[in-house]
Design a protein around this ligand. Structure first.
Ligand code: HEM
Length: 190
């Protein structure tokens, strides 16, 4: 990409305890509906605007089949797929994720553009090709849908707003004073 998008503060303190069992605490689930997402972000003082903008990070990367299998094969609990997903897209995902025991296969998140950081995620969303229920959920709210339109309008809108929101996110629960420590080596506790 070759462009500076935002400043990253240096000198952050690190915690001294790290537990795998705590890794998911506070994180929203990909099965969330809009109000669950909104509440989850609000707990960190992030707005609906931040939610829609930061979800745009799903313009890059991959996800494991486990995060979408329910949506494809058993949406209501009585079988069947989520009616809000594009049917051709759903078919291609089903092919890749058909084995319920498979825990390793991944699928691209922003189909056709998963290696590029751009605002293509929002056109995927509008084409009913958001990968998770939590992506599709952004179109179920009026205010959120309006933000989707804004971010879709120009890549610059997305880059500028992403820079603001991601810095807000980066400031969540920063350790200060004598909390944690400044590591001598960045990958090990002192
Ligand atoms: C809005 C609520 C969000 C939910 C429910 C969510 C959920 C998920 C899930 C389930 C995955 C796939 C993990 C896997 O199967 O390996 C994923 C991947 C990813 N998420 Fe999110 N996410 C959210 C917000 C965010 C935010 C705020 C960012 C960053 C600003 C982000 C960046 C990413 C990236 C880059 C990946 C791809 C990782 C990879 O390729 O290995 N997500 N997300």
């Amino acid at each position: 990409f070759g462009k500076q998008l935002w400043k990253v503060p240096t000198g952050r303190r690190d915690g001294i305890v790290s537990l795998a069992s705590e890794a998911l605490i506070g994180l929203p689930s990909p099965f969330s509906n809009f109000s669950a997402l909104k509440d989850n972000f609000a707990m960190s003082d992030l707005s609906v605007h931040d939610l829609v903008t930061l979800s745009g990070a799903h313009t890059i990367g991959v996800a494991h089949c486990g995060a979408i299998r329910k949506r494809l094969f058993n949406f209501t609990g009585a079988g069947g797929q989520d009616p809000s997903i594009d049917s051709e897209y759903a078919e291609s995902l089903k092919m890749k994720c058909k084995d319920p025991k498979d825990t390793t296969t991944t699928v691209d998140m922003d189909p056709d553009s998963f290696l590029t950081f751009d605002n293509h995620y929002y056109s995927s969303l509008k084409g009913q090709k958001g990968l998770f229920q939590s992506d599709a959920a952004l179109l179920t709210d009026k205010k959120a849908s309006k933000h989707v339109e804004e971010l879709l309008k120009s890549p610059k809108n997305f880059f500028d707003q992403f820079a603001v929101s991601v810095q807000k996110m980066g400031a969540i629960k920063v350790l200060t004073g004598d909390q944690g420590q400044i590591r001598k080596k960045c990958n090990v506790v002192n």
